[in-house]
Design a protein around this ligand. Sequence first.
Ligand code: HEC
Length: 468
Amino acid sequence: MLIVRAAGRAYDDSAPMSQRAQIKKALWLPLVIGGALAAAGGAAQKRAPTFSEDVLPVLAKRCQACHSPGEVAPMPLLTYEQTRPWAKAIRESVLSGQMPPWFAEPGVGRQFSNDRSLTRQEIDALVGWADAGAPRGGTAAAPRPPRPTGSWRLGEPDLIYEMAEYQVPASGTIEYTYYIIPTEFKEDRWVTAAELKVGASPLVHHINAFIREPGNKRFLRGYPARTYFVPAGQGELGGGDLPADDPASLGGPNGGVFGEILAPYEPGFFPSPWAPGRAKLIKAGSDIVVQVHYTANGTAAADRTQLGLTFAKEPPRERVLTWAPANAKFVIPPGAASHRVDYAVTVMKDLKLLSMQPHMHLRGKSFEYRVVHPGGAAEVLLRVPRYDFNWQLNYYLSEPLPLAPGARLEFTAHYDNSAKNPWNPDPTATVKWGDQSWEEMMIGFIEVAFDARLDANSVIHRMPAGGR
Ligand code: HEC
């Protein structure tokens, strides 16, 4: 394994920003889980649930991926001692639907392999346990954390790029920071895994590693981290055919801003391995551009993020590509409680849809993915009725969905710019596309796989700029 240290140079632009959107803790709207309580206390329950027999298996399956040392959640829930003080909070959080975080509408759309939602029995077990005074039960062996702290989720990579250290200040707005890593690959390389490992995770809002193919003009001027605010009305994002220097294009090979997304990271994001025979392509001479959005949280700290790559042992059958279909041309009027924005792309070659990830900011209210198949049959793929900016979840399809040429992928977002939206930084603002959380975005990320011999620019056709 090769480690390249202090890879890339950090560009930082500390241009002061007059506004600062507080990224608040999530607001959880109660889910109606009818009867959960009644069932827990009801006659069906022969004995009170205990930690060892009933609670621990649920925690292991649904909670410990996050509630373990070094993971995103603030407290581990591995042992009885660790969990006992949280019994009441666990009860509240599962009844309200706050935990585990999962926002796909049940019974609508496709099945997802990373669906963490609880069954009725699992809710009953957790709630019944708390109601019974949180008994220990038998002495269960303390489980091992799901993975050793700080280890790679996708396995030890072949190559690790370690970014230069970045000092995150205690306060203030931090513009996006970029690291540019020249790969110096002499030939095209296929990667079967790409993973970002974050140093100071509480301070990282998101990271995107992009592949910048040779010929992409962005950043050649040492373009600073002032980012790429898209001037209002300047085209949409999302594909290969915009001029490389058009700030409004994002994603797709040579797609402009920095190119294709190699690896994302957000709190709660778990990279999923691509199936055997699938890989992403890093063309010879490409750079990797790592975009980091830090948010100050009152404590200064140093971050040192790593990007790990695993190379294919043989040429893949299918190329994996993450696209960012997006509509950047919306204008959300002041006070609008449910402003709708649409977008769509047409599939040009046989594709398999692997995953979806809606992306909006603090005014994001709901998001839906649909497909209209060539014969006209339409289906909802994913509906997120209550979007939560704090959780940038990726929805991995249990079964990759084949999409034939002519299929149309449709995306619908709603925004709440009213004073009733508690996260709304300013209900009097007219809101357009922008990087910062007080501005908005409308991206329906999709991860697709297709014949590795195809030109990636030929597989998806974007509708004309602006959408609806
Ligand atoms: C995807 C990661 C993730 C999963 C899965 C997850 N949690 Fe959490 N949990 C968090 C994070 C992060 C926080 C702290 C931030 C917050 O409260 O939003 C948290 C907070 C909590 C809290 C504290 C809430 C409070 O009152 O402050 C409880 C209790 C909790 N989780 C229980 C659970 C239980 C029980 C499960 C499984 C059924 C679970 N969590 C699954 C990430 C997760």
